[in-house]
Design a protein around this ligand. Structure first.
Ligand code: PLP
Length: 411
């Protein structure tokens, strides 16, 4: 007889995006004449930039020649890409990361999910609430969550760090000892960022408690303000306590191409039960070699092209396009008198639902009266209740029209 991994039974069914899809489908079926504008999903809409397309064409041609053909590549990623990442994303910001501390992958969802493999089951995990759901669910699968409490909507053993308007969406240090801390800035879903001194307290906590910070900076390219760290390694001492995740998905429209990377400095150490120090880099390298055969050569060439002069210019235009949408959303909400957060250093705007409605009630109003779709905050965790996420990833025309509708009717 085979037995199942019962941890999976502790997972809560995520109805968020399927419920949204169902509600939108029902509405459009009943009202085929209405134009519904979707500002809900976190996927990009701008096409891949020409520099990346050209690099892929070239790589495809190479693959068709005897000299240029590539079979299995290095599991950790090709040197050309690791070098470009180290140089442009780190050295250029004064951060010393070695090329072999970078592991190229097929995206940050896999990396943030797979990383749980190298941590002991008994570790206590802290996550913000609301949160990108992958951090929570993968720890539930790994058996670190304890039982789910339907009354509170939380797991027994997970330490939740509430982020809400009252604390400016900045998590406070846990009041119990934790071993793994997930931080994501710029944040999905709240769109907020941490300043360097605010990140410093987390690095200090991790150093004092021998904890590890799992830092997701998938949205760093959207930071527009000076003085906001793009990488946790801009904070002194972080190289001993932090693992950083990055993605080309939103930076360069790679959601369909798939490429990202994780940085594990060799100084980040965990402990055996006997108290012996072991480098997480060593464990992740071993895991990668065993379970992964590398991201595709063609895609890695496309990622490399992001760092070329042309590539940088082109992706910055797309990011600028989305951030203009974010500005349009913010301006629209201001005129409608709806309090909002984020949207300055992130493609997400997190608004406070007016009139004491729940997130789902507001979803229904927005869909039925304004024909605009967003994401209810409660889908990201209990403290997301009463909030709502709009994304800047739509087209400019649709974003303008959606905000005109909201402004003209007044929410
Ligand atoms: N991390 C965060 C915070 C995200 O919001 C997302 C995607 O929405 C990801 C990671 C996943 O990125 P990728 O497309 O590289 O898997």
């Amino acid at each position: 007889m085979s037995y199942i991994n019962e941890n999976f039974l502790e997972l809560q069914e995520s109805y968020l995006f399927s419920t949204i899809a169902k509600k939108v489908a029902n509405y459009t079926q009943e009202h085929p004449d209405k134009k519904v504008i979707k500002l809900g999903i976190g996927d990009v809409t701008r096409p891949i930039v020409p520099a990346c397309i050209q690099a892929m064409h070239q790589a495809v041609e190479e693959m068709g020649t005897l000299e240029g053909f590539k079979g299995y590549g290095p599991e950790q990623g090709y040197d050309f890409l690791r070098k470009a990442i180290a140089q442009y994303d780190y050295h250029a910001r004064g951060v010393d990361i070695a090329e072999d501390e970078i592991f190229v992958s097929d995206g940050a969802k896999c990396d943030t999910g797979n990383i749980v493999d190298i941590f002991a089951q008994g570790n206590v995990v802290a996550i913000t609430d609301p949160v990108y759901p992958v951090y929570l669910d993968t720890n539930v699968m790994a058996g670190r969550s304890g039982a789910f409490n339907p009354e509170t909507g939380t797991y027994e053993k997970i330490v939740y760090l509430p982020v809400m308007a009252e604390n400016d969406f900045k998590p406070e240090l846990p009041n119990q000892k934790v071993d793994m801390i997930y931080l994501c800035f710029p944040n999905n879903p709240t769109g907020t960022v941490l300043k360097k001194e605010e990140l410093e307290k987390w690095v200090k906590y991790a150093r004092e408690n021998h904890a590890v910070i799992l830092y997701d900076s998938a949205y760093e390219a959207f930071i527009t303000e000076e003085g906001i760290p793009h990488s946790i390694y801009e904070v002194e001492g972080a190289k001993e306590v932090a693992i950083e995740f990055r993605s080309f998905s939103k930076t360069a429209g790679f959601t369909g191409l798939r490429c990202g990377y994780v940085v594990i400095p060799k100084g980040v150490k965990g402990y055996t039960k006997q108290g012996k120090e072991v480098s997480y880099h060593q464990l992740w390298n071993r895991r990668t070699c065993t379970k992964f055969n590398g991201a595709s050569y063609i895609v890695q060439r496309a990622a490399e092209a992001i760092y070329s002069e042309e590539g940088q210019k082109q992706i910055k235009e797309n990011i600028g396009y989305y951030m203009e949408n974010a500005r349009i959303i913010r301006e629209g909400l201001e005129k409608a008198g709806i309090p909002y957060y984020g949207g300055v250093n992130a493609p997400y705007v997190w608004l406070k639902v007016p009139d004491g409605k729940t997130s789902w009630e507001f979803f229904d109003t927005l869909l039925q009266e304004y024909n605009v779709v967003g994401t209810p905050g409660s889908g990201f965790g209990p403290h997301g209740e009463g909030y709502f996420r709009l994304t800047a990833f739509g087209t400019k025309e649709n974003t303008i029209e959606a905000m005109e509708r909201i402004k003209s009717k007044g929410c």
